[in-house]
Design a protein around this ligand. Structure first.
Ligand code: PTJ
Length: 260
């Protein structure tokens, strides 16, 4: 492992790469996880590697919808668990909702490995201080977060094969789903089941980004931290969200940054 100096301008990006590389060796990620990550990095570069105003609004809108939902759920795949699993467990604890491991390249081995990773992070998090301004018994609240995904007892109607598998008390039952790095078909199927689908995708032109109820065009580890602030704050209500306008804003930022 190469030591990355604190002052390195690309330190955050290099640390994320290192996490992805190590997690690949540990059998947590899909074979194509690095390709997906690289595509994300390219878009992040064009977006200025920061949370833009339109993304910030989309995060707040997502927090509002998760907070006002009856059955919220946070779905995580391999890349999300590795890059932002810990922060998303914090969000789930504050929302009092489960996390579901739901992966595109589904193998029992990967599900089990991701389950162990998240359960271990949960135990470490329970020992930490609660998020700023959150009041309550943090240890028991974190330990109460259920990690779903091993059950195989639910189905996403409209999809065939392993991609339709989910947890009956997780994604199947949920009315609002946060699904970072989702694929277009699943996003479409979840929407057609009447669920609100909140996605995180650095590519504002992906089918997922276009299909979702709310698209956060930003990097998942940055998003998870800001989403935590918003759900703790709780001062947000769902609006008449115009997702096309939100995507147009992201494209304008890319166009501006790409102009010499
Ligand atoms: O763990 P699995 O089996 O569910 O597989 C996960 C991957 C990501 C490999 C799988 O879902 C996949 O192949 O995804 P795609 O179709 O390549 O889509 C990934 C999308 O996420 C692309 O549009 C990327 O721009 C975007 N993306 C990549 N990294 C990030 C990201 N968006 C936000 N934050 C990131 N860190």
């Amino acid at each position: 492992m190469v030591e990355i100096p604190e002052s390195h301008p690309r330190r955050t990006s290099l640390l994320s790469r290192e996490k992805i590389v190590n997690a690949t060796k540990e059998g947590l990620l899909a074979d194509s996880a690095m390709i997906a990550h690289g595509r994300g990095e390219a878009f992040d570069y064009l977006l200025g590697e920061k949370t833009n105003d339109s993304a910030r609004l989309a995060i707040k809108e997502s927090a509002a919808r998760l907070l006002s939902s009856k059955h919220p759920i946070i779905s995580v795949n391999g890349n999300t668990a590795v890059l932002a699993g810990k922060s998303l467990i914090r969000v789930a604890a504050v929302l009092n909702c489960p996390i579901e491991i739901n992966i595109y390249y589904r193998t029992v081995k990967r599900i089990n490995n991701l389950y162990l990773l998240l359960e271990n992070e949960k135990m470490l998090l329970a020992q930490e201080q609660p998020p700023t301004n959150w009041v309550g018994d943090w240890n028991s609240t974190v330990m109460a977060v259920e990690i779903l995904g091993k059950e195989n007892d639910g189905r996403i109607e409209g999809l065939e094969g392993p991609r339709s598998i989910c947890s009956a008390k997780g994604i199947e039952k949920a009315d609002v789903i946060l699904v970072p790095l989702e694929d277009g078909d699943r996003c479409e199927a979840l929407i057609s089941l009447g669920k609100q689908v909140l996605v995180v995708d650095l590519n504002p032109m992906s089918r997922t980004a276009k299909m979702a109820t709310v698209t956060i065009v930003d990097e998942i580890s940055r998003v998870a931290k800001l989403l935590l602030e918003d759900v703790v704050d709780g001062d947000c209500r769902p609006t008449k969200w115009n997702n096309d306008e939100n995507l147009i804003q992201a494209l304008k930022i890319i166009a501006k940054n790409a102009t010499p």
